[in-house]
Design a protein around this ligand. Structure first.
Ligand SMILES: [Cu+2]
Length: 428
C-alpha cells in the first residue's frame, strides 16, 4: 500500500485528480489517521524546504520547521500530533514538554490566502485536547474551544478541522482545553498565511519566533504549569540563548521578523542598530501609511507582531526581550540584594544550615560569570563567550548578523568592525 501511494505521489499532484486515485488516497488517509503515527512518510507530504512557493518568501522558524502537507482534491492536508516531547532548551537542559509532532513550539503551518486546508489533529496526550486557530476567520464550529465549539478530542482520537483561509498575516494555533497546563507545557505554533496577491516589496528573509516562559525547579526537568508569575526560563522557540539560532542576513536585504506570544507576560522585543516598522498583528497587516517606527516592539499576551526593515547596517546586532530578567535563566527569585555586602564570613556559616549555599552578588551579579558554576543538574549557565568576553544573557536573546559578502546563511562568525569603528579603552 505504501508503494502504491509513493508511486502515485511521485507522478505528481495530477495523480490526485484522478477520481480512482483520490478514493484510494482517502482510504489510505483513513488508515493513516488510525495509526496515530506522527512519523510522516515524506514521500506523500511536501518538503517545504524544496517546494517552490509562488510569490512569497518561505518562513524560517528559528530552530524549528514548517509542517509538510499534501494535496488532496484541492485541499492542503496537514497532520498535527499532540504529544509529550523532550525539548532541549540548550545543551545540558532537556525539558519534558508537551507539543506537536515531536516539537515545541509545534511546526509552523505556512499557507496562502484562499487555500482550503484540512488539519488532522491526533491526540497522544494523557488527557483530552482541542486546537484553536488563533486569529483565523473561520466557521464557528472550527474554532476549537473544547465544550463550546466541539467535543473533546479524547486520547487516541483524531479530529479534522477544515476551512478556507480568507485573510493573510501571522496567526497562531494552540489548545483551548486545560489551557494553563497544555499551553504552559509548550503546546503552540505559528500559522502563517501569505497574501494571495504578492505584496511588494517581498522580504528576502522572513523569520518566525514564538515567545514563551516556564518555571522549571532547579534540578528537575518538567515545567510547573501552575506557576502564574514566577517564571525562570524565557525562550525564543523553546530555546534559550546562546542555543537560539542567529538571524543571518545579507547586507541590503529586506527582513521581516514575526513574533508570537502565548505566554503569561508581554515581551518588549528590542532590536539594536535599526529602526523598524511594525507592519502587522494577528489582526492582519497594517496599511503602510499607518505603520510606525520603533526600536522595541511590545508583543502582548495572545498577540503577534510583524516587523520589517532593510538590513543596511552590517554587524552583530542584539535582538532580545527588554525585561532584563527575561534574558536570564534558571534564576532563584529569593536572592537578597547583597551588592556592597561582604559575605565572606557569612557563606561558611550559612552552608552549615543550607548545604551548597553560595554567596553571590557582592559587586553585582557579574561575578557569577567568572565562576564555573556547577549548580544542580539539568541547569545551564546564563552566559556565553562572545569574541570580547562573556555575554551574560541566557534567555530571550539572539543576534541579527548582517554581512556584506556572504553566499549562504551559514553562521558567518562574529563581526569584525572596520578600524576606527569600535569602542576602545583610553586609560590603559
Ligand atoms: Cu520578556
Amino acid at each position: 500500500m505504501n508503494m502504491n501511494r509513493r508511486a502515485m505521489m511521485k507522478s505528481g499532484v495530477a495523480a490526485t485528480a484522478i477520481a480512482a486515485g483520490s478514493v484510494l488516497l482517502n482510504k489510505i488517509d483513513a488508515a493513516m489517521s488510525q495509526e496515530h503515527n506522527h512519523h510522516h512518510d515524506h514521500a506523500k507530504y511536501s518538503d517545504p524546504n524544496t517546494a517552490v512557493p509562488h510569490g512569497y518568501t518561505p518562513v524560517v522558524t528559528l530552530n524549528g520547521s514548517t509542517l509538510p502537507w499534501k494535496f488532496e482534491n484541492g485541499v492542503k492536508v496537514f497532520h498535527l500530533v499532540a504529544e509529550p516531547v523532550k525539548k532541549e532548551f540548550a545543551p545540558g537542559l532537556v525539558v519534558n514538554c508537551w507539543g506537536y509532532n515531536g516539537q515545541t513550539p509545534g511546526p509552523t503551518i505556512e499557507v496562502v490566502e484562499g487555500d482550503r486546508v484540512r488539519i488532522l489533529v491526533t491526540n497522544k496526550l494523557p488527557e483530552t485536547t482541542s486546537v484553536h486557530w488563533h486569529g483565523i476567520l473561520l466557521p464557528n464550529g472550527m474554532d476549537g474551544v473544547r465544550g463550546l465549539n466541539q467535543p473533546p478530542i479524547r486520547p487516541g482520537q483524531t479530529f479534522a478541522y477544515e476551512f478556507t483561509l480568507r485573510q493573510h498575516g501571522t496567526q497562531m494555533y494552540h489548545p483551548h482545553a486545560d489551557e494553563m497546563v497544555q499551553i504552559g507545557m509548550g503546546m503552540m505554533g505559528l500559522f502563517i498565511i501569505h497574501p494571495k496577491e504578492t505584496i511588494v516589496p517581498l522580504p528576502d528573509r522572513d523569520f518566525a519566533i514564538m515567545l514563551h516562559e516556564w518555571f522549571i525547579k532547579a534540578g528537575t526537568a518538567t515545567p510547573n504549569p501552575n506557576i502564574m508569575v514566577d517564571f525562570n526560563y524565557f525562550t525564543f522557540n523553546s530555546r534559550i540563548s546562546p542555543a537560539i539560532e542567529h538571524l543571518v542576513v545579507k547586507l541590503g536585504q529586506r527582513v521581516r521578523i514575526r513574533i508570537g506570544n502565548l505566554s503569561m507576560d508581554s515581551h518588549p522585543i528590542h532590536l539594536h542598530g535599526y529602526s523598524f516598522k511594525v507592519t502587522g498583528t494577528d489582526g492582519g497587516p497594517i496599511t503602510p501609511t499607518a505603520q510606525w517606527p520603533e526600536t522595541t516592539v511590545n508583543v502582548p499576551v495572545g498577540s503577534t507582531r510583524d516587523i520589517e526593515f532593510v538590513a543596511d547596517a552590517p554587524g552583530d546586532w542584539a535582538l532580545h526581550c527588554h525585561k532584563v530578567h527575561h534574558i536570564m535563566s534558571g534564576m532563584a527569585h529569593d536572592i537578597p540584594n547583597m551588592i556592597g555586602v561582604n559575605q565572606k564570613d557569612v557563606e561558611e556559616k550559612v552552608r552549615n544550615l543550607v548545604p551548597g549555599y553560595m554567596a553571590m552578588g557582592t559587586t553585582g551579579m557579574e561575578e557569577m560569570l567568572e565562576m564555573q558554576m556547577t549548580g544542580p543538574k539539568n541547569m545551564v549557565p546564563t552566559t556565553f563567550a562572545g569574541q570580547f568576553g562573556n555575554v551574560d544573557m541566557g534567555g530571550m536573546f539572539t543576534v541579527l548578523k548582517v554581512r556584506e559578502n556572504i553566499t549562504d546563511y551559514q553562521d558567518p562568525g562574529w563581526y569584525q568592525s572596520p578600524p576606527g569603528t569600535a569602542a576602545y579603552p583610553v586609560n590603559e
